[in-house]
Design a protein around this ligand. Sequence first.
Ligand code: FE
Ligand code: ZN
Ligand code: FE
Length: 179
Amino acid sequence: MTPSSLQELYVEQLRDLYDAEHQIIKALPEMIEAATSESLKQALRSHLEVTKAQASRLETIFEKLEEEPGGEKCKGMQGVLQEGDSLVGEIKDATVRDVAIIASAQRVEHYEIAGYGTVRTYAGILGDEEAGELLQLTLNEEKDADQELTTLAGTINEGAAVKSVESEGITRTRTKRIA
Ligand code: FE
Ligand code: ZN
Ligand code: FE
């Protein structure tokens, strides 16, 4: 369906996010499995639970709109997840793999942040206050998840940098943080 009004575009974007959340729910268990760092595993596990709640939050919004949640495929999220999956799958070194998982997960979060920021704003313009509040809640959770990944990257990237220095014999002072 081609949207011809802001209201229709709003519903289309909500469906896109609904599909994106379900793709993430499917992808996260594999990322958790591939991760080595216990704190990274834990962060991904808790975001999986948060993600399930975000999907039901969208269902609440669709119910109130009397619209069906299905029917839209988020090709963008599919691409982000596929790219992350094929990269992570190729990496043998556990620390470098963790770094790549963080990089991929942060792309996911940023893509969601863009989508939720948009629908939250549309909800405001269209006077859908209740939905606006729910979408803001999800937006905050995505930003928190991104922030947590940045914090984790601080330690895990540092570990990966130290390891590359050791294997390449470069002096420690020349290393830079990756993120
Ligand atoms: Fe999400
Ligand atoms: Zn999309
Ligand atoms: Fe997320």
